[in-house]
Ligand binder design. Structure first.
Ligand code: G1P
Length: 274
């Protein structure tokens, strides 16, 4: 059984769908109410027991490093304004509960490449992966990552979180096929990255939550660029799925696709009206 205490946040992308805002502000730092997008994912990971946070950055993303660090100047300025100082509690509490490590991806060759470049940070351990622009609200359930940790503990193999999407949207997702081994849990036989609707075997789409065993790294080293000419984690997972080593979990909760303007607005409204 592998140790599972690390969580990886690939955060090197340009966030082109939010240009011009993301010209100088990392997509992961766009606010959903009073917290940046990435705060929600990090909180979900830490709540699930994955408190060693590893973030993969690109150029122009240093605001993320600054967010996950103490700001002594600000705290000194606010020292005699306790109400304002208290507004920093959510991030200061997170900082106290986790450790934060950063590295650069260098050339951005895809999600699979970003994960592969974290190999030395992960070592021979299992690890979570959170794509911060997917915010999961599981107010009435354990968090999505916590549900996945429970599934991992049972099956001991790589886990992807899935949800049903309209088949017309298949080109925005990795799509899985497999046998349902218990309610909402599938032993994956096939995974295709962004198939055309006519080529999608099901409407079960992967969302931005994974738990990966370290046997993913040799697969990532082997695969060639796939959809969008990028190294795809889905293609590396397909190799493990061929050996029966991937489980898909239909999670309970609501996922907001903050990678799109519509999903981002929906998330803001959803959290505001809670
Ligand atoms: C990535 C993955 C894809 C997954 C999606 C979920 O794609 O490659 O398999 O379905 O995240 O958000 P991206 O949205 O980065 O293009």
């Amino acid at each position: 059984m592998y140790k599972l205490t690390k969580c990886l946040f690939p955060a090197a992308g340009y966030g082109t769908r939010f240009l011009p805002a993301t010209k100088s502000v990392p997509k992961e730092m766009l606010p959903v109410l009073d917290k940046p997008l990435i705060h929600y994912g990090v909180e979900e990971a830490i709540d699930a027991g994955l408190n060693e946070i590893n973030i993969i950055l690109g150029r122009g993303k240093s605001a993320i490093e600054d967010y996950f660090d103490k700001n002594y100047e600000l705290e000194t300025e606010l020292a005699d304004k306790p109400k304002k100082l208290k507004l920093l509690d959510p991030i200061n509490k997170l900082l106290a509960r986790g450790t934060f490590t950063f590295r650069r991806q260098g050339a951005m060759l895809g999600l699979g490449d970003a994960i592969f470049k974290a190999k030395s940070m992960i070592g021979n351990e299992a690890f979570g992966v959170v794509l911060a622009d997917d915010i999961c609200d599981s107010q009435y359930f354990p968090s999505v990552m916590a549900q996945m940790v429970e599934t991992y503990n049972k099956y001991q193999c790589s886990i992807v979180a899935i949800m049903e999407v309209p088949i017309s949207k298949s080109e925005s997702y990795g799509i899985i096929d497999g046998d349902e081994v218990e309610a909402g849990v599938y032993r994956v036989s096939k995974m295709i990255e962004k198939p055309k609707p006519s080529e999608a075997p099901t409407n079960l789409a992967i969302i931005g939550r994974y738990i990966l065993n370290p046997d993913i790294f040799p697969m990532l080293a082997e695969i060639k660029a796939g959809a969008g000419s990028e190294i795809q984690i889905t293609d590396a997972l397909q190799k493990l799925a061929e050996q029966g080593k991937v489980i898909a979990l239909k999670f309970k909760g609501k996922r907001y696709d903050c990678g799109s303007v519509e999903g981002y607005v929906e998330a803001i409204n959803g959290f505001y009206n809670k």
